[in-house]
Design a protein around this ligand. Structure first.
Ligand code: ATP
Length: 269
């Protein structure tokens, strides 16, 4: 079996997909994050942890362009994307899921997943006029990718159900499907296992590992469940009050006294 050390060494040889250097983001007088530095290599699953309010979502919002950093730089595949607009970051191959589910109630599972293909769709008068040559092949490709992801995430039996009524574990899976149909090479998952029972967590962990193995996707995983972080992440970073307190191999970082103190003595229960 491959141990964490070997996995870390393997990924360290791969080129970095994402490099965050000295990220700082302020909201008025609040310093949400400061001096955040990390990189994610190709095919790596990288954990980001910290108590509530420690700055995890702010880091992801800085990467995806929702709240650009006030200081520091972000490179994707070696290209500086600091301050790039969210839709452009998405087109560059970054997909995300949200801490609070961002599905559209009143729409089916299939319709919600199809929305994830919008960055690959070719709207406009010309593609419509040239339907058989431009729009149709792209429509066929969109359907193929969606069907393949539905099968991959075992969502076939609920594809026509409204998302409103399905259990949270499946809602989270639909969100993952919507992110995967964008065919990202960096996937940012913000608490994908929140509210799940042990069995649902196991399924989700398996899907994340398979997405990496079968699609070569790199993953930034925000999670409070430390068993998940130590179980599937290659490396991790812990934040507290917007600053880095420990980084490295998960089994070691979770034992770091600063991390233990932040979780046990800190805000997160
Ligand atoms: N849009 C905003 N406006 C003002 N303050 C914000 C904003 N977004 C985040 N903050 C503040 O920045 C700090 C970090 O918040 P952030 O949401 O990044 O933490 P988090 O680690 O993701 O927390 P949680 O685990 O609760 O999601 C907090 O003090 C928060 O109140």
């Amino acid at each position: 079996m491959t141990n964490n050390y070997t996995r870390e060494q393997q990924h360290a040889k791969a080129p970095p997909v994402l490099e965050c250097r000295g990220i700082e983001r302020r909201f008025g007088g609040i310093v949400a994050v400061s001096g955040v530095d990390f990189s994610i290599h190709k095919g790596e699953i990288f954990g980001l942890v910290g108590p509530n309010g420690s700055g995890k979502t702010t880091v992801t919002n800085a990467i995806t362009g929702f709240y650009p950093p006030n200081k520091g730089s972000i490179c994707l595949d070696g290209k500086d994307i600091t301050g790039t607009a969210p839709h452009k970051v998405a087109k560059l191959g970054v997909a995300r899921t949200f801490q609070n589910l961002a599905l559209f109630n009143g729409m089916s599972v299939l319709e919600n997943i199809l929305l994830g293909r919008h960055i690959h769709m070719k709207p406009g008068v010309l593609p419509t006029a040239l339907y058989w040559w431009v729009a149709r092949p792209s429509e066929i490709r969109n359907r193929e990718v969606v069907e393949e992801v539905i099968e991959f995430l075992q969502l076939e039996s609920i594809r026509n159900e409204l998302v409103d009524g399905i259990p949270i574990g499946l809602k989270k899976r639909v969100e993952l499907a919507r992110a995967l149909v964008a065919e990202p090479h960096l996937l940012i998952l913000d608490e994908p296992m929140a509210g799940m029972n042990q069995e649902e967590k196991g399924y989700m962990a398996r899907f994340i590992l398979d997405a990496r193995a079968e699609r070569g996707i790199s993953v930034l995983l925000i999670e409070h469940h430390m068993d998940v972080i130590t179980g599937i992440c290659d490396r991790m970073l812990a934040l507290n009050y917007g600053e880095m307190i420990a980084s490295g191999i998960p089994k070691e970082v979770v034992k770091d006294p600063r991390v233990v103190e932040a979780y046990i003595g800190g805000a997160h229960g």
